[in-house]
Write a protein that binds this ligand. Structure first.
Ligand SMILES: N[C@@H](CCC(=O)N[C@@H](CS)C(=O)NCC(=O)O)C(=O)O
Length: 202
């Protein structure tokens, strides 16, 4: 099994954290999808990472499909609850956390364009998604130790990866001050080897 990923992608980090939490050995191939010589489109027609290459040659994407596959592949440390209502709630956390990353990545890419070509209204629209998303994450977390009552799940992993991505690309967003409960969650996640060993590298 081989994971094709970059070392900054929050979606790939989510997969890498799940691999570490579940003690699944997996080769890592670093491939930057923005590079001209990237092989990512050979495996994923959308040209996006992460891609998980299975031993039989099947290419799995995107990150939500991959983490679900991995959760089934090993019973160690279940990341998705079996019970359907809890499972859907975890997947909603993941959708929101990934959506914050989508908006942040979109701004990051837009800001790479020449300033005269940047669409400020569109950037503001993406920023609003981030701020509303953070508010909802914080409201849903409340004073619980983990996102879900039952304990550590994929919801915490997805949230931690999204917050880590904001730190990487938008250090000016002071989410820790606005949402101390998310700061507590992030610090707790950062003390896990799965998170410290996958911290974004530029
Ligand atoms: N929904 C996808 C998002 C993946 C994604 O957008 N990855 C970015 C890297 S962080 C990418 O490969 N972008 C290249 C492109 O959009 O062409 C997932 O969860 O895997």
């Amino acid at each position: 099994m081989k994971l094709i990923a970059s070392l900054t992608s929050p979606y790939a980090r989510k997969v890498r954290v799940v691999l570490a939490e579940k003690h699944i050995d997996c080769e890592l191939e670093v491939d930057i999808p923005w590079n001209e010589d990237s092989h990512v489109p050979d495996y994923n027609p959308l040209g996006k990472i992460p891609v998980l290459l299975l031993d039989d040659g099947t290419a799995l994407y995107d990150s939500r499909v991959i983490v679900e596959y991995l959760d089934h592949a090993s019973p160690v440390g279940r990341m998705l609850p079996k019970e359907s209502h809890s499972r859907i709630l975890v997947k909603r956390w993941e959708a929101l956390a990934d959506g914050i990353c989508d908006a942040a990545a979109a701004i990051f890419i837009e800001k790479k364009r020449a300033q005269t070509q940047q669409n400020s209204e569109w950037i503001i629209r993406q920023e609003r998604k981030i701020f509303r998303g953070l508010e909802t994450l914080a409201k849903d977390l409340g004073e619980k130790p983990w996102c879900m009552e039952a304990g550590f799940t994929l919801a915490d992993i997805a949230t931690g990866c999204a917050l880590g991505y904001l730190d990487l690309r938008f250090a000016e967003i002071k989410w820790r001050e606005a949402h101390p409960n998310l700061a507590r969650l992030s610090a707790k996640l950062g003390s896990r080897v799965s998170f410290s060993s996958t911290a974004p590298q530029t």
